[in-house]
Design a binder for this molecule. Structure first.
Ligand SMILES: *Cc1c(COP(=O)(O)O)cnc(C)c1O
Length: 714
């Protein structure tokens, strides 16, 4: 069901394939490569030019090409098959949630997040938090949870990354044209458009609500760039994590308070409210305000809503938790607290946290105090969070602080290479997609012949290298530099290490260069050549992070590293896919215990690339001594520099003595059996346990269903 206004923009589609339009307006296609192929096969160049966005594709495609497809028997067979599968998916009633938890009548989850990473063509995510949220939504659709997601439609999204000649990161913002994406105006039960009103100091702000359909789940996104708003307010939510503290409070008010109002206007009544990180925590105030308006006291209102609220913390670094100075909160909430029937002091008390620089209104405190279910995102992070927030529960020892953990996972079909998908279809049984979190099923991977797995892995590496070279060529063209070097960059036969993530300094992207000469000798061993591909963005305000990028870039130009170290610009879900599909090994070197979970390593493992990682985040749960490598130990060290050196030396030694010898130990046909044993072990142990199939089932059973079953007072 596409909107009629957008129809006018589209190239007329032949009747026989007219449902290409339905498919474009459901992001179901984003985790079904065969659905994407229905566009790609019509015009592959255009598909690349519109960055894999079906809506833009249908606007720009030539009618002649559509007509050719509509008269091609092979194309039509595939079209019919994909659409039948899509219809079946949308209609299916025999789904996990229904089987396990029964009828959804009158129950529902609202999932709030400041960012959602669904696909590279929808740039409303910055990194791990957003991609996790996107994966969560897709899985909620697959399992058929009664689920609505709420977030922001940032007209300029997150920035695009460019490096200048010296490797310094520049941020480029592109305006997103809403007609180009699969968003349609959300509607009230009466069919009207949904515009919510939010009181800000001295004015009313309007936010228009759009809907993007993600399989069976609606994703509601608010936009403040609309007519009655002042210029300043129209810019308010222009960028994800842009602006100052003032803008940030306003954005979070729109997300939390505006989000609740949007759901109400649409007649959606969730019985469980999930805050993905503290950005949306103002929602608990709005839920309380509704009850106060019905005559309850603020205190009773809080007690009534907490059982329905769920809060997931993602930030083991204290500075990463949003906390606002009190004058700022007073400026925005001085009317609101009267509506809650409480005083300024009572209001501040709800989220008070003393910081070294003074008292603050802390979003994590607000969320923890007003929800009954809390979790961190790995077992280790759960422990860290219990320590960090123990001061809120003075009567309890840290071990009894009520913050549990649900370890993150990845949406398997989103991150699985189509070539590996074919292998799993052949060896796990055709219905393996229905049993993704079934560890026993994955043991069939041991039976994939090494030669077959090896050929697939080699083909995927070649795709990565071709994509990397192409991106490099584009960069040279942009900077008016000679294009020759790209062809000499990267060797398909070299062992290829991937390192891609946000360039926050705690992730220590430059650790691998601690001893540059030793690294050079490792990479340049003629019997065992190796290379490293880097990618990642630093937050636009994070100069130390940008300096790390520049250091990596400068290293990549040095003799001995040139052609063997490559930094790819614009890390996004597309670059991420190429990397996790094509590298041989995934490297992760955070400063323990600062990585809450990490998910990119799970994506690599799913595709047969083992991890070498610090025992941080998810890795202590996954590492078994046979499915990859651990760097360092779980001890604390005297100084950071000492620890950096120890970790770096341990990494080099394992590369030299263990990893590279295994990879280059080949039989007569050139197959590395020892290496593939590690790769298979990585798949078997990581794919089921670190899938969102496992994760969302855990959220549903342990957190959502209890919250949904609470009796709601009227
Ligand atoms: C998976 C992913 C991340 C998160 O990776 P981490 O391992 O958590 O750092 C960040 N950005 C993109 C584009 C991703 O696909």
């Amino acid at each position: 069901m596409s909107p009629t206004s957008a129809d006018l923009l589209f190239t007329p589609i032949p009747d026989r394939i007219t449902r290409l339009r339905d498919l474009a307006y459901n992001l179901y296609w984003s985790w079904h490569p065969e659905a994407q192929d229905l566009y790609r096969h019509v015009d592959i160049d255009l598909w690349e030019a519109v960055y894999h966005n079906p809506v833009e594709f249908l606007r720009d495609v030539r009618q002649r090409k559509l007509e050719a497809a509509a008269s091609n028997a092979d194309y039509l067979r595939e079209y019919d098959r994909v659409l039948a599968k899509f219809d079946h998916y949308m209609a299916a009633e025999d789904t996990w949630f229904n089987r396990t938890h029964g009828d959804t009548q009158g129950r529902g989850v609202a999932y709030f997040s400041a960012e959602f990473g669904i696909h590279e063509s929808l740039p409303i995510y910055s990194g791990g938090l957003g991609v996790l949220a996107g994966d969560h939504v897709k899985e909620a659709s697959d399992l058929n949870l009664p689920f609505t997601a709420v977030g922001f439609l940032y007209p300029q999204g997150y920035f695009r990354q460019r490096l200048d000649h010296s490797g310094w990161q520049e941020a480029v913002y592109n305006k997103l044209n809403f007609a180009d994406i699969a968003a349609t105006p959300a509607t009230t039960p009466e069919g009207g458009e949904v515009v919510v009103e939010i009181e800000l100091p001295g004015r009313v702000l309007y936010a228009k609500v759009y809907k993007i359909q993600v399989g069976r789940v609606p994703l509601l996104l608010m936009d403040t760039d609309i007519h009655p708003n002042s210029m300043q307010d129209r810019e308010l939510a222009a960028r994800l994590y842009g602006g100052d503290q003032d803008m940030r409070v306003a954005q979070e008010i729109v997300l939390g308070i505006g989000g609740v109002r949007a759901l109400r206007k649409m007649g959606i009544s969730p019985t469980a409210w999930h805050m993905n990180e503290g950005h949306s925590a103002f929602l608990v105030l709005e839920l309380a305000r509704e009850k106060v308006k019905q005559g309850m006291s603020f205190k009773d209102a809080c007690a009534a809503i907490a059982p329905h609220c769920i809060f997931t913390t993602h930030t083991p670094v204290p500075a990463g938790n949003d906390a606002f100075p009190l004058p700022l909160i007073e400026k925005y909430f001085w009317q609101y607290w009267t509506e809650l029937g409480i005083s300024r002091d009572e209001f501040i008390e709800v989220a008070l946290q003393q910081q070294s620089w003074g008292p603050t209104f802390a979003m994590t405190v607000l969320a923890l105090k007003n929800s009954n279910q809390h979790n961190g995102v790995s077992k280790l992070h759960g422990e860290v969070a219990r320590d960090m927030w123990q001061w809120l529960y003075p009567e309890k020892p840290a071990s009894e602080v009520p913050i549990t953990s649900v370890t993150n996972g990845i949406h398997t079909l989103t991150w699985l290479a189509p070539e590996m998908h074919k292998l799993y279809d052949a060896y796990l049984g055709n219905d393996w997609e229905q049993a993704i979190d079934d560890g026993k099923r994955w043991k069939e991977v041991y039976d994939i012949p090494d030669q077959v797995l090896w050929d697939t892995r080699k083909a995927l590496k070649l795709q990565l290298i071709n994509d990397a070279r192409q991106r490099l060529r584009q960069r040279y063209t942009r900077l008016n530099m000679p294009t020759a070097p790209a062809e000499y960059t990267l060797d398909p036969n070299a062992f290829t290490i991937g390192f891609a993530r946000r360039f926050a300094t705690y992730k220590r992207a430059t650790l691998v260069f601690k001893d540059p000469e030793r690294l050079k000798s490792i990479l340049n061993n003629p019997q065992r050549p190796a290379q490293i591909i880097f990618a990642g963005k630093a937050h636009p305000a994070d100069d130390p992070g940008k300096l790390f990028i520049q250091q990596v870039f400068q290293m990549s130009l040095q003799p001995g590293f040139a052609g063997k170290i490559l930094f790819i610009e614009e890390y996004d879900m597309c670059v991420a896919r190429y990397l996790v599909h094509g590298v041989d090994m995934w490297l992760n070197t955070p400063r323990r215990p600062h990585e809450a979970s990490g998910t990119s390593g799970m994506k690599a493992a799913l595709n047969g690339a083992p991890n070498m990682s610090i025992l941080d985040g998810w890795w202590p749960e996954a590492f078994n001594g046979k499915n990859g490598w651990a760097i360092g130990d779980e001890r604390e060290h005297a100084t950071q520099d000492e620890r950096d050196w120890e970790d770096a030396r341990h990494m080099y030694t394992q590369l030299e003595n263990d990893v590279l010898p295994a990879y280059f130990d080949r039989d007569a046909a050139g197959v590395p059996h020892r290496w593939l044993a590690v790769a298979k072990e990585a798949i078997v142990t990581c794919a089921p346990a670190f899938s969102t199939a496992r994760m969302v089932k855990e959220y549903a059973t342990r957190l959502y269903v209890p919250a949904m079953s609470e009796v709601t007072e009227k």
